[in-house]
Design a protein around this ligand. Sequence first.
Ligand SMILES: [Ca+2]
Ligand SMILES: [Ca+2]
Ligand SMILES: [Ca+2]
Length: 508
Amino acid sequence: MNNLMKKIFKGLIGLSLILSTAGLSVMASSHSEAPLIALDRFADNTDTYAFRSVEPGREGFVTLIANYIPLQEPSGGPQWFRWDDTVLYEIKIDNTGDGIEDVTYQFQFTTQTVNADTVLGQSTVNQDGVIGSLNDPDYNMPQTYTVRRIDRRSGRRGQLIAAGLRTPPANIGPRVTPNYETNLGQPAVYPLGNGGKVFAGTRDEYFYIDLGVFDALNFRSISSTGGIDSTKGYNVSTIALEVPIQELTSTRAVPSGPTAPDAVIGVWATASRRSTRVLSAGAAAHNGNWVQVSRLGNPLVNEVVIPLGLKDAFNAISPQIDGTIPRVVQAVTDPELAHLMQAVYGIAIPPAPRTDLVSIFGTGIPVNAVTGPNYTTFLSDGTAHEYLRLNVAIPITPIASINRLGLLGGDVAGFPNGRRVHDDVTDIALRAVAGGTPFTPATNVAPNNTLGDGVSANPEGPLLTRFPYLLPPNQGNQPRSSNQTLIEGKLHDWSKAPVVDENGNFVN
Ligand SMILES: [Ca+2]
Ligand SMILES: [Ca+2]
Ligand SMILES: [Ca+2]
């Protein structure tokens, strides 16, 4: 443990002892106020991403992606999935290390109804029954949204940076939504006044994982192949935002280099609901203050690190107070998952306290001998705050050279430097928790450093090479349960990995 890490760790423990009473009261109030997010999927964060844009020519921008509403069955009509008009969706950036957001982007949606006198929902036959564009009258329940930017230093005043933007409908099928990506997907990418872009709509779930992890680590495989993607064929709702680097840093400038004091930003996403919902016959009124019900920074933290009794509370709190809750700190310094790995796989794990994990998830990685003088993700006021940390001065890795294992694969532009959509965070997290990294040399041996869930690619195909990167949504007329389905006139065998082109058309 170097001196800096010692100091941070002492700070964590000290704070947690002093403030343990405050931590407990947070738990109690959240138990009585926060709904269980599993019962509230329209406000459920699934993944958060933050990376310097890898689309050619866009290195001066950061792409922020917040996904919500998990495991969407593409054929779930006639309403399909849409954004919840009563939820406040937000992406937050801390650039000073205190765990408090300095820049916030807010997204709010409004659903219109063109023709209420139809048995159908999102689409109907108002004209010819084909939704050929975002403004087509057959798009019967279009949603529009606003984007607001709040800057803490300018007095928390919200600035409206876009309004009236239409979201695309669901990918209903080739009859109602033909040429989906050309007609509806790409037209829903809007330019912003700051030179950036924004998109909000349904996409293919790119977070591939074999959910055998929840069956006591009962993976079909514990390496890079041999698993089955549990999210195959499902969609997710994506907010993607691209903004200039200088809009996010503490100096409001492009940092001079990776070790400059303004080079690292912290990123997380949240969902909030009004505190009161009043039901009456056929209607619901939403009033009161916004209450945060979901939060997501680093992947898999709330799933596999935070203990069950704290999961709802963790969803409701700000990163500002993470380090003040002893049980949250302990969950990271001595994670249960590591002990489970030790028992199931019979492997040695690093001893607690896991300062390696505290730095990855809670404080950022300081400059060190392993990653060299030009690498750091450190951003902390001395206390742990859990969110993604992106060093915006580390150069991008061109798409063709990206390694899915990020830093562990020698690709310093990837996780845990922010999180790219390309990063296989399941394998990275399994190896990190098992101590299979250069930060814990004694356990950086097989199988600790070769662990994986057996899924290393998205079965629907590789990412787009342009914003919003995620693939078009899977079509509603292809039930995901059957092994052989007719897709755009061709019999498709789901047991083989399908490949789609950038228009969402299957090419095999
Ligand atoms: Ca801050
Ligand atoms: Ca997928
Ligand atoms: Ca994997």
